[in-house]
Each structure stands twice: as C-alpha cells, then as structure tokens.
Design a protein around this ligand. Structure first.
Ligand code: ATP
Length: 296
C-alpha cells in the first residue's frame, strides 16, 4: 500500500523536484540523436499514414540483463484512444513509452502498430508517425519560424501560423518584436517554459502524426499558461492515439482508459469510474488524494 503513496504527490500537484522524472524527459531527447545500437532490419519497410492501433504483446524489457524493468506488458490500444499511464515513480511508465519509437530493443514479445511489428519498419518512418511532448523542449538558437518548421521542413508561413494557432501560441508570436523572425536565443533562452511547450506542440501539429506520447509536466506553470497548454494538448490529442504519462487528475479522468503500472507490470486498467468501483490500486490512489485534500 505504501508504495502507492509516492505518485499521489504528483497527482495532487505538490511541487517538488523529481530528479528521476527529469532524467526521463532528457532520455527521450538525447536518445533521438545518440542511440546507436538499433539498426534497421534488412528489408525493413517505410511506413506512412498509419491509423495508430497499438499492441504490446507480452513485452519483456530490461535496461540490463540482470533485472527486468518491464515484465509481460500486454496492452491493446485502439486508434484514437487516450490511455493514461499512472503508477509509482520508477514503475516503468516512461520505459513503456520509450519502447514505442524503438529507443530500446525489447527482450521478448512484440510491439505492433496497425498489425505491423515495429522492428519491420524503418526507424525514421516509425518515428515520423509519433509525436512526443515532454517538459524538455529541444530548441535551435534561430528564429521562431525555424523552430516550429522543424516539425515539417518546408512548411509555409501560413501553415506555421495555423499550427501556432492550434497550439495557442499565435498571440505570443504576434506580440514578439519581429513575429516569426524573432530569434529565440541560445536553447530558446528568450522564451518562457510555457512558451517553449506551446512551440513544441505547434511543431507536432505541423508534423501531424497519428500517435502521440505525452509526458505531462510536473513543474508548476501559472494558471493562465497551464490552461493554454491543457487546451492545446487536448486539441492535439483529438483523433490521435495518445499515451500520456499522467500527473494531473483532470487528464486521468478525461482519459478513455487508465492503466496502472507498478513494478514493471500492469496491475489494473479501466475507466476512472470502473476502477473506483473496483476498489483496487487506483481507488486507493484516488481516495488517498481526497484524504489529502480534506486534511488541508
Ligand atoms: P517516473 O514517474 O518517476 O518518471 P516511471 O514510471 O516513468 O517513473 P521509468 O522511468 O520507466 O519509471 O523507470 C523504470 C525503472 O527503470 C526504474 O527502476 C528506473 O530506475 C529504471 N531506468 C529508467 N531509465 C533507465 C536507463 N536509461 N538505464 C537504466 N535504468 C533505467
């Protein structure tokens, strides 16, 4: 039971530092350019325009050989469905998400998108089908235009502004001294955290992938910024299969399905109401949260 108290800190939004969680966010970005081990199979095919049906079929995975990190993960996600992953820190939520773009090779089992084993896809084409939103936003020290267009090179200004509008970022651009030509500074130093997040969301609107991985921010933003980002994300996830590492109760409640992960296994899954009625791990999390509120 006690282990379940860990994530409650996150769900109720207590502001703390989460060193491991932040390392998790970094992992995504760094791996995109640095993971050398995984090579395309001979005959791997280029995929495009996938629907986004995702199957984890008895997946086992460990970062090292001595200890499994994920044990027998099976998940069947319909195209367009939003699945919230919840569970204690270190349970394996980030790892599950990292396997989908094939940042790591699984030990056994299979991951399939639209029935195709991801090992039979070229990595580039697989990753083109997936958008990742995380706290750490990779930024070039160039213009806002270039940074958004990174989502789809060659996009027109009209397309860039359309993506910015959907990401609730257009008003920010309009207020900038040079609009789209405004330089963001080294690593985007001239933009706030919330602005960088929305820029990242605009990138994904341009890229328009059928699958979304959302690593929900744990750090606090001001209420107005938070609201803009939540709106932009809910717009972004419409019609896309979305896997969200969820830290906010609103996100969890709004998900089509909640998957509770603990110690590398899926221990429970269902809807918010269904899981509450079942009175298991999720219900304990949730009830403990109301307890925390009542105690305040
Ligand atoms: P959090 O909510 O804190 O982000 P999580 O549920 O996302 O946790 P993971 O980040 O997937 O958990 O970690 C699962 C386990 O794998 C943990 O024991 C963690 O220490 C370990 N782990 C994660 N990334 C690596 C890595 N790159 N190398 C080795 N071990 C790792």
């Amino acid at each position: 039971v006690n282990v379940l108290f860990r994530p409650i800190d996150k769900i109720i939004g207590v502001i703390e530092s989460y060193p491991k969680g932040i390392a998790g966010f970094k992992r995504f970005t760094e791996l995109i350019d640095t993971e050398p081990d995984i090579v395309d199979r001979p005959g791997a095919r280029k995929v495009a325009g996938l629907r986004g049906d995702i199957v984890f079929d008895h997946v086992q995975f460990g970062y090292s050989d001595d200890r499994p990190t994920l044990r027998d993960i099976s998940l069947d996600i319909r195209a367009g469905e939003t699945v919230a992953l919840v569970g204690p820190s270190g349970a394996g939520k980030t790892t599950i998400c990292s396997l989908l773009p094939r940042f790591y090779e699984i030990a056994s089992g299979a991951i399939r998108i639209d029935g195709i084993d991801i090992r039979d896809m070229t990595q580039d084409s697989l990753r083109d089908q997936i958008g990742i939103v995380q706290q750490d936003v990779f930024m070039f020290g160039t213009s806002i235009r270039d940074n958004i267009a990174y989502g789809r090179l060659g996009a027109s200004d009209a397309e860039i502004m359309d993506a910015a509008r959907k990401a609730q970022f257009d008003a920010v651009i309009d207020q900038m001294p040079a609009g789209l030509d405004t330089l963001v500074g080294e690593r985007g130093a001239k933009l706030s955290g919330g602005q960088k997040q929305r820029l990242a969301i605009a990138r994904i609107f341009l890229k328009n992938p059928p699958i979304l991985i959302l690593d929900e921010a744990t750090s606090a933003l001001d209420t107005a910024t938070e609201m803009h980002i939540q709106r932009a994300l809910s717009e972004l996830s419409k019609g896309r299969t979305t896997l969200v590492i969820a830290h906010r109760l609103a996100t969890i409640r709004n998900a089509d399905r909640i998957v509770v992960v603990d110690d590398g296994r899926i221990v429970e899954q269902g809807t918010h109401e269904g899981l509450l009625a079942a009175g298991g791990a999720y219900a304990r999390l949730h009830n403990a949260q109301f307890g925390a509120w009542a105690a305040e």
